[in-house]
Design a protein around this ligand. Structure first.
Ligand SMILES: [Zn+2]
Length: 379
């Protein structure tokens, strides 16, 4: 497995690990709504603040995320040149930093991000988001978890989300081959929960094999070590702070000697302000460094996070799923050398899964069909 697990993927996982540990507080970049000049503290970007205010207010007053996204598109409102897609809006609505509160390592800071959204409005939005689990329409496509990665093995074309309402009012969800029966497709349709269940089972199996886990862990560990080492800003901040402290000490000596003018007073105030700002930044940078991960952190990530958030595995490792009449192929992102043209995919048998379909026809006739699929991994 190690030869398939590229450095690039290790980097991606390492990033994912950091993100999942630091959920909701991206410190490295400047979030939408704020501006940062040189080494100064963040300030509010007035134009972006208005957009944020509207997103929160529109959502709280009953608009769906999809409606907001469409409104913005019609009005030509963009997110630094990019469209406000529903995923972006949902991400924004969840960010607590807009209330001025930022949590790092379990500690709360209220002096890093200036407040844009009131606590009341934020709470109202969270309440509504918890009620409408997916944030959008009831039958939103977002709940189709492998929608961009599923292909029909027979036609080699994409399979699309598709749902109908059954006679008892429940939604029946499928993925459907774009070709359809008329074009000779034999796969045609597959049940959403069945195929997604197979993907989850497959990843669970992959990450519970200790040998696999050890290889992945070693690679990510090394990658992460490189990441945490390259922290230059911490050194710069420490130097700056030292310089400011020395300057303050010098002025204090001068004051003790009786030299106290308006200039020394304002200079001292200026330096003390700088010292406060630098100390705050230092806290943030130091919290980043303390994120050096241990091997058991990484193993726990796979054991716990992958189990609790299976979508993370899909996002990071799943390249494609191909459904045939009697087999399913799961393509993985563990690329060898993407430039190697002689590369032959390696197929490995994983497990066999059966699906029983019970149908009740008009008049009450019942019929059961059993489908059997062999599941393979493809690297
Ligand atoms: Zn097809």
């Amino acid at each position: 497995m190690n030869q398939y697990f590229s450095e690039e993927l290790a980097q991606k996982v390492s990033r994912g690990l950091h993100e999942s540990r630091m959920k909701g507080h991206c410190i490295g970049s400047v979030p939408f709504g704020y501006t940062k000049e040189n080494n100064k503290m963040l300030t509010i970007n007035e134009n972006e603040r208005k957009v944020l205010q509207r997103i929160f207010e529109d959502y709280a007053s009953g608009k769906t995320i999809l409606q907001i996204s469409r409104d913005f598109e019609q009005e030509g409102l963009s997110n630094k040149g990019k469209k406000f897609i529903p995923e972006t809006i949902r991400y924004i609505l969840k960010r607590e930093i807009y209330t001025g509160i930022c949590k790092i390592n379990g500690k709360e800071y209220n002096n890093i991000y200036p407040t844009i959204i009131s606590k009341d409005l934020y709470d109202k939005v969270q309440k509504r988001m918890a009620l409408t689990r997916y944030g959008c329409r009831k039958d939103n496509h977002e709940i189709f978890r492998i929608k961009d990665k599923l292909y029909c093995g027979h036609c080699n074309r994409k399979m699309y989300p598709f749902s109908t309402k059954s006679h008892n009012g429940n939604y029946l969800r499928y993925y459907k081959c774009i070709s359809g029966r008329d074009n000779g497709c034999l796969t045609r349709i597959t049940e959403k929960n069945f195929i997604e269940g197979i993907v989850d089972k497959f990843f669970k199996q992959q990450f519970t094999i200790q040998k696999n886990l050890d290889i992945i862990t070693d690679l990510i560990y090394e990658e992460n070590k490189k990441r945490t080492k390259s922290n230059n800003s911490l050194c710069c901040l420490k130097l700056d702070l030292h310089r400011v402290n020395t300057a303050i000490a010098n002025i204090m000596t001068a004051i003790e000697k009786g030299i106290y003018t308006e200039t020394t007073k304002s200079r001292l105030e200026e330096l003390e302000k700088q010292r406060k700002e630098l100390s705050e930044k230092l806290v943030i940078e130091e919290s980043k460094v303390s994120y050096e991960l241990t091997k058991s952190d990484i193993q726990n990530f796979f054991k716990v996070t992958m189990k609790e958030y299976p979508d993370k595995a899909i996002d990071l490792f799943l390249k494609f799923v191909k459904v045939y009449q009697d087999k399913i192929e799961i393509g993985l992102n563990y690329s060898i050398n993407p430039n190697d043209t002689d590369y032959q995919p390696i197929k490995t048998y994983a497990f066999t899964e059966t699906l029983e379909i019970n149908r009740t026809f008009k008049g009450g006739t019942k019929r059961t069909k059993t489908l059997t699929y062999e599941v393979y991994s493809v690297i």
